[in-house]
Design a protein around this ligand. Structure first.
Ligand SMILES: Nc1ncnc2c1ncn2[C@@H]1O[C@H](COP(=O)(O)OP(=O)(O)O)[C@@H](O)[C@H]1O
Ligand SMILES: [Mg+2]
Length: 218
């Protein structure tokens, strides 16, 4: 029963850019596209959800936490319920594929037996069990993004935030990544995907929020 709610959120950088009076809800288990040209404010919205940035006015509700009264030591608890996927994958280059997923489970304090079972489950979900001993640089961009998605899902977040997840991929690989997000959504995880790729968005019938000059338009 978890959602994300922006209540009249304004967040401006010192240069005046940012988000102006954003009002929207990402409903429980919803798939939502966040579109808008480069510089429109998509990443800023995701930072507000992660509480890496706080509103100048208004508030952001994430599950049981609210930006208005959250304590500093609770911010890791917010982030623990959120999976993140980025344009540039951000895998640990000095660890193999298996360890890239396993380490997030170690951080959350799971037992080794659980970590092994869960890591193999995640590898299977993204179809890359056979690549588990490879290093990230030995994988294609699409494969690296699949591992990043497996890692983002390992701790069973209620939502995945994806910031231009197909930005570094060719059209065919990008379509495959979108299909994977569709499956993840159908299995019960909410997805908020920021993208400026209109062609990809048009292939799906999910709700779209468009950002223009810091304003959110449904
Ligand atoms: N740390 C920052 N300091 C000042 N301005 C910023 C900062 N981050 C982003 N901006 C500005 O805020 C606007 C929105 O940025 P961003 O959210 O990154 O857009 P998008 O992700 O849609 O490309 C842009 O004009 C950008 O230059
Ligand atoms: Mg961005």
């Amino acid at each position: 029963m978890k959602n994300i709610k922006f209540n009249a959120v304004s967040a401006t950088y010192s240069n005046g850019e940012g988000i102006k009076k954003a009002d929207f809800t990402l409903n429980q288990r919803e798939f939502l596209f966040l579109t808008g040209s480069s510089g429109a404010g998509k990443t800023t919205i995701l930072k507000l959800i992660l509480m890496a940035l706080f509103p100048d006015s208004g508030d952001v509700q994430v599950g049981e936490f609210n930006s208005f009264n959250i304590k500093k030591n609770e911010i890791p608890l917010v982030r623990r319920q959120i999976g993140c996927v980025f344009q540039d994958f951000r895998l640990l280059e000095d660890r193999n594929v298996y360890e890239n997923i396993a380490f997030v489970l170690r951080i959350t304090g799971h037992r080794e037996k659980y970590i092994k079972r869960k890591t193999f489950k995640m590898l299977a979900e993204v179809g890359l069990t056979h690549k588990r001993n490879q290093m990230p640089h030995q994988l294609s961009g699409g494969e690296q993004q699949r591992i990043a998605i497996a890692r983002a899902l390992a701790n069973d977040p209620f939502v995945i935030l994806a910031d231009e997840p197909t930005g570094n991929l060719d059209a065919e690989t990008a379509a495959g990544i979108l299909d994977l997000f569709k499956v993840i959504h159908e299995r019960g995880t909410a997805v908020l995907m920021a993208t400026h790729n209109k062609n990809l968005v048009d292939r799906f019938s999910y709700r779209i929020l468009n950002l223009e000059n810091g304003k959110v338009v449904e």
